[in-house]
Design a protein around this ligand. Structure first.
Ligand SMILES: [Zn+2]
Length: 150
């Protein structure tokens, strides 16, 4: 029997015993297995977290949206963003946390209906990994703009 379930956080329709977390681990595996896939690691982690914003603090969501905009809209590289954010992200200067705490979990001002999920990247298979992660990031940026969250 073909059982389907839905991720309670991002709304992805999942097959069998698939979870968004198992998809995250599959994508990390593909990056470790094939070094070329590492090129989109920054986008993959960002997309996974932004699609599950309770993994972030509220400040983390704000920073994550800024990074997604920089990568997708402005075409900036991870190295450029590390340099640009060096002072802000430096833990000595930082008075906020990126990851969620029990009393500080990220969310969006407006509900988002995503068009593409981690599961879609995994279903696309390893040969399409680079293209699919880039499409995932682009679609997520557009979905956040369309819902007035960016
Ligand atoms: Zn999910």
């Amino acid at each position: 029997m073909d059982t389907k379930q839905t991720c309670s956080e991002c709304g992805a329709v999942l097959d069998g015993d698939m979870t968004c977390e198992s998809c995250f681990h599959q994508m990390l595996f593909w990056e470790n297995e094939n070094a070329a896939n590492w090129a989109v690691h920054h986008l993959m982690v960002l997309c996974y977290y932004l699609q599950h914003p309770t993994l972030y603090s509220q400040d983390g969501v704000t920073v994550g949206k800024g990074l997604l905009t920089a990568f997708v809209k402005e075409g900036r590289s991870p190295a450029e963003m590390r340099e640009a954010n060096r002072d802000r992200v430096n833990s000595k200067n930082r008075n906020w946390k990126i990851t969620a705490r029990p009393d500080d979990k990220g969310s969006y001002a407006n509900p988002v209906i995503w068009r593409m999920y981690a599961a879609d990247v995994v279903r696309g298979g390893e040969p399409q990994y680079l293209d699919n992660v880039r499409s995932w990031a682009k679609s997520m940026y557009e979905d956040l703009v369309a819902t007035n969250n960016i």
